[in-house]
Write a protein that binds this ligand. Structure first.
Ligand SMILES: Nc1ccn([C@@H]2O[C@H](COP(=O)(O)OP(=O)(O)OP(=O)(O)O)[C@@H](O)[C@H]2O)c(=O)n1
Ligand SMILES: C[C@](O)(CO)[C@H](O)COP(=O)(O)O
Length: 380
């Protein structure tokens, strides 16, 4: 069943105060809105429509999120979200307040699952406090709480049914369950979550922050590995060198069993090192004639593939080439692009730089080139 989400975000958050509408205020390191949207991403709900106030049209949102312009009331904003989806209608839709950033993917999944057999489903929690009527600071009566539930979002519906229900409703509903019931839809109650609070007043930010930070503490730490690599190749006869996959004209070539790409070898060894998998020599023995003159891309692609197979993403690669000549600067960007292509990562994660050794040592005497590399591997 294709289940979309409408996240209503066109309110001004007047009760929360603070100058900025509450959905754009910071909370535990990101905006309130980012927490809410990422919970739906984590639950695999797509597409997601965020309904914005006309003044917020330019607010940054993740690229995959659809935008709609809301109205003067919550139900008008929901209708705008429904119309934004109507061109390519989903089977079902979850309607959620952006002001509930502590919603969990598990709750979203419960509501979604309930829609397999119900025309509408929404989270509710039995009211656990006693209820009073009050007037000007005085209790004027009590209210029996038997059968009372506190209503939460996301509230889920078959798309065509809730669109028709909203079209027929005169407006002024507290939530979409009220609209659905007015149209005669049966609504199944799904167990809500006490932490799925709606940020309403100024004090709710601290409470939501405590909830979210608690969630973050329970997340397993990412598995981060760091590897280094070092390689040297001597100059020999020739008219070019291959460095990080790029041919560079030079008065000498580099001597080696393979194409002698010293930079790519150092990077490959950094990846193997991060996995405690030895070095190139272990995987591609120099005594094996099949690797004679081989393009070093084969080695790097193997190390990157092994990392992927073990569930690691390459976080970044940093390589320093040590030589007086050839000059690396004019080729560094192309080298980084080539390494990124072979590793299957974004070019911004690769750095290729160079230094001379101030004419000292074998690199200073231009007898060869050395390369050092560092790479990180990350498993979430
Ligand atoms: N015209 C409106 C009013 C409300 N909402 C959304 O409906 C949700 C629940 O509303 P509420 O918590 O009352 O938010 P605000 O209207 O922003 O708050 P306030 O009443 O304090 O101004 C929020 O995600 C809010 O952005 C909306 O999309 N369009
Ligand atoms: C939709 C809702 O969050 C369900 O509890 C609630 O009705 C929104 O209330 P508000 O009056 O817009 O704050």
């Amino acid at each position: 069943m294709k289940t979309a989400a409408i996240i209503v975000a066109a309110g001004r958050g007047t009760r929360a105060g603070g100058g900025l509408p509450k959905q754009w205020r910071p909370l535990a390191g990101r905006r309130v809105a980012d927490w809410t949207i990422s919970a739906f991403d984590a639950a695999g709900t797509a597409p997601i429509v965020v309904v914005l106030h006309p003044d917020d049209g330019a607010v940054p949102l993740p690229a995959h999120v659809l935008r709609a312009t809301g109205g003067a009331t919550r139900d008008a904003s929901v209708r705008a979200g429904l119309e934004a989806l109507a061109g390519d209608p989903p089977d079902a839709v979850l309607i959620h307040d952006i002001a509930r950033p502590c919603v969990t993917p598990a709750l979203i999944a419960r509501v979604t699952a309930a829609l397999e057999s119900a025309e509408a489903a929404a989270p509710g929690l039995p009211v656990s406090d006693a209820l009073w009527h009050g007037d000007r600071g005085a209790v004027t009566g009590t209210q029996d709480r038997t059968g009372l539930l506190a209503a939460q979002t996301p509230q889920g519906f078959r798309f065509a049914a809730i669109r028709a229900a909203h079209a027929a409703h005169p407006g002024g509903a507290a939530d979409d369950v009220e609209v659905a019931r007015a149209a005669g839809l049966a609504v199944t109650v799904v167990e809500g979550e006490a932490d799925n609070i709606k940020i309403t007043g100024p004090g709710d930010f601290a409470r939501a922050e405590r909830i979210l930070r608690g969630t973050m503490d329970q997340l397993p730490l990412p598995d981060i590995r760091l590897g280094n690599g070092y390689d040297v190749h001597a100059f020999g006869p020739g008219d070019h060198v291959i460095l990080c996959g790029v041919r560079v004209d030079h008065g000498h070539g580099l001597v080696g069993h393979s194409d002698a790409d010293v930079g790519m070898h150092a990077i490959t060894d950094a990846l193997y090192g991060a996995m405690a998998e030895g070095d190139i020599g272990r995987h591609f023995p120099p005594t094996d004639p099949q690797w004679k003159g081989a393009a070093s891309e084969i080695f790097l692609a193997h190390a990157a593939g092994l990392a992927r197979a073990r569930g690691f993403a390459i976080g970044n690669v940093d390589c320093t080439l040590v030589c007086e000549r050839p000059k690396i600067g004019p080729h560094a960007i192309r080298m980084a692009q080539e390494i990124a292509r072979i590793c299957g990562i974004d070019g911004t994660r690769v750095s290729i730089k160079a230094t001379t050794s101030e004419r000292l040592g074998f690199t200073g005497r231009e007898e060869g080139i050395a390369a050092l590399a560092t790479a990180t591997l990350v498993k979430a």
